[in-house]
Design a protein around this ligand. Structure first.
Ligand code: CP
Ligand code: NVA
Length: 337
């Protein structure tokens, strides 16, 4: 109910929470912070709520409306690896919701042995409303979150990239109008991005195919866990990229050597040579198929210039959507309903 005397920020929050009656009324009363370390930390309904809020906030943003939902709130970002999109889209998203950001490296934070994980997490979370972390070790984020008094968001680890996958769902939905039944084909490595996309697909009724060279597939443990949690998951692995893209709605690729695998670059170039997304491969896909890449891209390796710069490419829509998704995620996580 809108009452006189509300600040504009309160009015914006009230208006937004009224628009989204599916925001869980008890969610924010929980004493334990909610973390987003893997998409498994969300229910499928929660995932859809985040997408809906992000889409609504994006439409408002495009119309010049930037509701100040998080005035005085603090985002701390602690990264161990470089980042253009994730770090800056999170910071921009938080700032244009009215909050402020702190950035530090894991080494500056003392996670290189200066202090225990418990002590760093306890102290940093006492200054923050939400913390994002980009690390090599996935376990480090899990351990940090156990001692954090505020939500911790995985900004990429060696095993997962949940915010990229959420953004990609937003982009796919914008492009195709719906998620369920859509076929996403990832041509490349069974890595953090493709694993998160496989989970995202299972949670939204999408079909997911990984076209991958032998030796770089998803591990059996990952697939068994995915199928245990989502028995209807329509997830496949094949070794022939042309066969895979023939029925693709979206053809997705990522670097062959992820951050931390630089020493394997030459070996991977040999192994992934036949998995380059070039004009010839895109011709095997339906004309309506769109090309996706989380970026940064190694042009000339996993993708050629004609594809990434071509008519079917939506990579910069994906990159822009990182910020819109982040705004939706922060609003969902931190706004009192
Ligand atoms: N896609 C993505 O996470 O990009 P950055 O590594 O630049 O953050
Ligand atoms: N798989 C890539 C994703 C970069 C956004 C990496 O981990 O380096």
């Amino acid at each position: 109910m809108l009452v006189s005397g509300n600040t504009s920020a309160e009015l914006a929050r009230l208006e937004l929470s009224q628009s989204f009656s599916f925001w869980s009324p008890n969610f924010h009363d929980q004493t334990m912070p909610r973390h987003l370390i893997s998409l498994y930390d969300l229910t499928p309904d929660e995932l859809q709520s985040i997408l809906a809020i992000a889409a609504d906030l994006k439409a408002r943003y495009k119309a010049g409306d930037r509701p100040q939902l998080l005035p005085g709130r603090i985002l701390a970002q602690m990264f161990e690896k470089p980042s253009l999109r994730t770090r800056n889209s999170f910071e921009a998203a938080f700032a244009n919701l009215g909050g402020s950001g702190i950035f530090l490296t894991t080494a500056e934070a003392g996670l290189n042995g200066r202090e225990s994980i418990h002590d760093v997490a306890t102290v940093l979370s006492s200054y923050s409303d939400v913390i994002t972390m980009r690390t090599f070790s996935h376990q480090l984020i899990e351990d940090f979150a156990k001692s954090s008094s505020c939500p911790v968001i995985n900004a990429l680890s060696d095993d997962r990239h949940p915010c990229q996958a959420l953004t990609d769902l937003l982009t796919i939905k914008e492009s195709r109008g719906h998620l369920a039944g859509t076929h996403l084909v990832f041509v490349g490595d069974g890595n953090n991005v493709s694993m998160s996309l496989a989970i995202a697909s299972a949670m939204t009724g999408m079909k997911f195919t990984l076209a991958v060279p032998s030796g770089f597939e998803f591990c059996g443990e990952f697939l068994a866990d995915l199928r245990r949690r989502f028995p209807a998951a329509d997830v496949h692995q094949v070794h022939d990229p042309a066969e895979a893209v023939a029925s693709a709605d979206f053809v997705y690729t990522d670097v062959w050597a992820s951050m931390g695998q630089e020493e394997e670059s030459e070996r991977r170039k040999q192994a992934f040579g036949k998995f380059q997304v070039d004009g010839t491969l895109m011709k095997q896909a339906p004309k309506s198929a769109r090309f996706m890449h989380d970026l940064p891209a190694k042009r000339g390796l996993e993708v050629t210039d004609d594809v990434i710069d071509g008519q079917q490419s939506i990579v910069f829509q994906q990159a822009e959507n990182r910020m819109h998704l982040a705004r939706g995620l922060f609003a969902w996580l931190l706004c009192p309903s």
